[in-house]
Write a protein that binds this ligand. Structure first.
Ligand SMILES: [Zn+2]
Length: 244
């Protein structure tokens, strides 16, 4: 394929669906974009965690997106991560499609802010982007840490499948056809966990900046702090993001 001056730095896109088996919008991506090519890219889709997808459950033994780089003799997901790595490495750009359990606005997770990511950002509707190289908080084992050219697209409101499907489709179509959306994004780093002890003392919303009062209540002096993953984990109330 010839490169025009406006060509992206990448041409092979690998979509991954159902890295979490209950995020079934990945199955739609697998069915609709299993493989293809156009004047800009070639692409294919694989299923991250097929066993969990068939059982419509997040994982079998361990969370696949906490199991990278994997282990050939480990849990089902550690073995699966190990098996996936060469496939993920073969692509220029990996787009791992997730659905969020909560009513969070859609967001993107990237390893680093690179020209390729900037290119992707032009074509997607995400207003919120988490950049892992600026801080990972308490996370480890993420595909997006192990594979620097892997991004995660997170679609909120999990139970509204129809709507999630429409938003995923809109993003994939604009990427594949290089149609800029003109949406500007805000960038964040994972910062700290918000302990369970504060739960119920005030109302917080995903990607809505903490007020001065809330920061005082939580004992936080940093100013631009945003909560996310509210109520998503048994050991913390939310994860806090810092604007970068
Ligand atoms: Zn997920």
């Amino acid at each position: 394929m010839s490169n025009s001056i406006n060509s992206p730095h990448f041409q092979d896109i690998l979509f991954v669906g159902c890295t979490h088996g209950d995020e079934q919008v990945g199955r739609y991506v697998f069915d609709t974009y299993s493989c293809g090519r156009n004047e800009y890219y070639q692409w294919k889709t694989i299923i991250g965690n097929p066993e969990a997808m068939m059982l419509n459950t997040r994982f079998i033994e361990t969370d696949l997106n906490r199991s990278f780089p994997g282990n050939p003799t480990g849990t089902y997901e550690e073995r699966r991560a190990h098996q996936l790595i060469p496939h993920l490495n073969q692509a220029d750009m990996v787009i791992d499609i997730h659905q969020s359990y909560s009513t969070t606005p859609d967001f993107m997770i990237v390893n680093d802010w690179t020209p390729d990511i900037e290119e992707i950002d032009h074509y997607t509707h995400f207003e919120n982007i988490i950049v892992l190289s600026q801080g990972v908080g308490t996370y480890s084992g993420l595909m997006q840490i192990e594979i620097p050219h892997a991004t995660a697209f997170e679609y909120g409101r999990q139970l509204d499948m129809e709507d999630a499907r429409r938003r995923v489709q809109a993003d994939i179509e604009s990427i594949l056809n290089k149609k800029p959306t003109g949406i500007k994004s805000k960038h964040f780093a994972f910062w700290k966990d918000l302990p369970l002890e504060f739960k119920g003392q005030t109302e917080i919303d995903n990607f809505v900046r903490l007020t001065d009062e809330q920061r005082k209540l939580f004992g936080i002096t940093e100013e631009n702090i945003y909560p996310t993953f509210i109520g998503g984990y048994p050991d913390k109330w939310a994860v806090l993001l810092k604007v970068i």
